[in-house]
Each structure stands twice: as structure tokens, then as C-alpha cells.
Design a protein around this ligand. Structure first.
Ligand code: PZK
Length: 287
């Protein structure tokens, strides 16, 4: 019954292992990063929240777009996935103007070559969601690219298919989250191709690590918004005057506990499932 695990990659807070030739095991740790630095203190169950949320979204959107999820493991943080040929594109969808989208807009009035209306504020809702692909940087930050350059990376037809799928997935997730008081300001999706060349959603989907989650009742355009999940950590780090370079600070217990509660709250609000039920039986998010 036991299988050989070969480590094939690391993300900032996740690990990837091969399971034979055609499957992968994606493991989400409890590590947390802020200001691009992984902190020395973990947030208990954070990886389980993110794995459960991804699996929930993969299940909810499977009729819109196939995906790589095969099964969840009993540890509630590991996902067996179909091994795909990944597309060399970060598929970002933005419904609000934040992060690099806001920076691009201030500098050029556009983001990823898409002209936007004048007079928008930081964190303004966009008239409609925009697909703003970026390159996958090996080190440093992804670079927003225009549709021309993105289409050159994957081919014109595939590009159109990915854009349509990403926008459709985002709209479904935004509607669901909005009904539960969470603004999904933007998200980064990754796609791959299965053995038959069919498009499939991969990686994690609509988690707080791949998306900006904002509390809907606190939206105040004109500046950055508090993060649903990481705000206690950011506020604590800011209060220290830390220079945001490695190594980051240890977090005190009350910041860890407050942050864990926010992750669990996001899970429970979005899935409608008690987090303890998920821990007892991870497959509850697959139904
Ligand atoms: C794949 N990554 C990024 C994520 C890491 C690395 N289904 C798939 N098939 C083939 N490759 C990938 C996937 C997925 N998902 C994803 N790199 C390759 C990544 C998390 C942790 F170490």
C-alpha cells in the first residue's frame, strides 16, 4: 500500500511530490508569509484551511472547468492531483484595483494593456472583471503582460479558452463569496493540459494565499484594504518597525490565535461546513 514520494518542488509555503508517473501530492504547510517573507512562526491548521478551500472550489466549479483534484488525504492538508502539462502563464483575474494592477493603473491608466476608466481609486471595483495574465517569474515577482505576449506563450486559441475559463471561474467564486460577506478582490489561477490536451484548473483555487480576501462590510476605496486573513500579522509586523527583509519576526500567541481564527472563519463562511467536521472527514468538502 505504501508509495514512494519523490520531492519535485517547493513553493513558499507548499511542497510538491510525485506519486508515480502521472500523479502529484500537493501538501500545504502551516507556514505564513507576509511582505514576501516566510515567518518563523506557523499558524496551526492554515494549510488544512487552504487545502479544504481549494478542494471545495474544485468541487463547486467542476462543471465549469475540469481540474487536477483526484482525492484528499486524511491529514486534511494533502491533495492527490493529476499531473498536467502546465501552461507558462499566471492567470490573474481582477475585480478590484489592488496590488500590481493599481500600480500599473497609476503609472499608465492601464493594466496588462487593458485601458481602464479614469478616476478610479485604489481598491475601487472595476466596471467588470479583467483578465490580466502575468509571466511566471522563477525568482522575484511575476510581470503583468498584455494579451499579445500572453497569447504568444500558449497560442491564440488556447489563450482565448484560458481567459474565458478564468473569468467564468472568478465570477462564480465572487458571487458565492459575496453572498457570505467576503470580497474576492482578485485571484491567480493556474491551468494545465491533461494527456488528451484538455484544459484543467490546477494548483490551489480561490484561497487567501492565491487571492485577496477582503471583509465586505469594511470596503473603503482610496487606499489599501485590510486583509481578511493576514491583517493581524501585518499590523503586528508594522508595529515592530521590521524592515521586511529576511528573517521575519516571531509572532506572539495572540497574533497566532487571532490569525488562525480568521482562516477558520473564512473556511466556515465560504464552505458552510464546520472546520472540525472537515478535520474529522476531509471528504465533506467534496460533496
Ligand atoms: C505544478 N507547480 C507549482 C505548487 C510547489 C510548486 N497538477 C500539476 N501538474 C503538473 N505540475 C504542477 C501541477 C500542479 N498543481 C504546480 N509546479 C508544478 C507548485 C505548489 C508547490 F512546490
Amino acid at each position: 500500500m505504501s508509495e514512494t514520494l519523490t520531492h519535485v518542488g517547493s513553493g513558499k509555503v507548499r511542497e510538491l511530490y510525485a506519486l508515480g508517473d502521472d500523479r502529484l501530492l500537493l501538501v500545504a504547510s502551516d507556514r505564513i508569509s507576509t511582505f514576501d517573507v516566510v515567518l518563523p512562526t506557523e499558524i496551526p491548521d492554515k494549510g488544512r484551511v487552504l487545502t479544504g478551500l481549494s478542494a471545495f472550489w474544485f468541487t463547486r466549479t467542476r462543471d465549469l472547468c475540469r481540474n487536477h483534484l483526484l482525492s484528499l488525504r486524511a491529514d486534511a492538508r494533502s491533495m492527490e492531483c493529476r499531473r498536467l502539462e502546465m501552461l507558462p502563464l499566471e492567470c490573474v483575474v481582477r475585480g478590484y484595483l489592488a496590488g500590481s494592477g493599481w500600480k500599473d493603473y497609476v503609472a499608465t491608466g492601464s493594466t496588462s494593456g487593458r485601458e481602464l476608466p479614469s478616476g478610479l481609486l485604489e481598491s475601487s471595483r472595476l466596471p467588470e472583471p479583467v483578465f490580466t495574465p502575468s509571466t511566471k517569474a522563477v525568482t522575484g515577482h511575476d510581470e503583468n503582460i498584455d494579451a499579445e505576449r500572453a497569447a504568444a506563450l500558449v497560442g491564440r486559441e488556447r489563450y482565448a479558452e484560458v481567459e474565458e475559463a478564468a473569468l467564468a471561474l472568478y465570477r462564480v467564486a465572487v458571487k458565492h463569496a459575496g453572498e457570505r460577506g467576503i470580497i474576492l478582490a482578485d485571484t491567480k489561477l493556474e491551468f494545465g493540459l491533461d494527456d488528451d490536451g484538455r484544459l484543467a484548473l490546477a494548483d490551489e483555487a480561490f484561497t487567501p494565499d492565491s487571492s485577496r480576501f477582503w471583509p465586505a462590510d469594511e470596503l473603503t476605496p482610496g487606499g489599501p484594504q485590510p486583509s481578511f486573513d493576514k491583517q493581524f500579522v501585518r499590523d503586528y509586523c508594522e508595529s515592530l518597525g521590521w524592515d521586511k527583509t529576511y528573517p521575519g519576526p516571531e509572532l506572539p500567541d495572540e497574533v497566532v490565535e487571532g490569525t488562525r481564527s480568521r482562516y477558520v472563519e473564512a473556511f466556515e463562511r465560504l464552505t458552510g461546513i464546520e472546520f472540525d467536521r472537515y478535520l474529522a472527514d476531509p471528504e465533506v468538502v467534496l460533496r
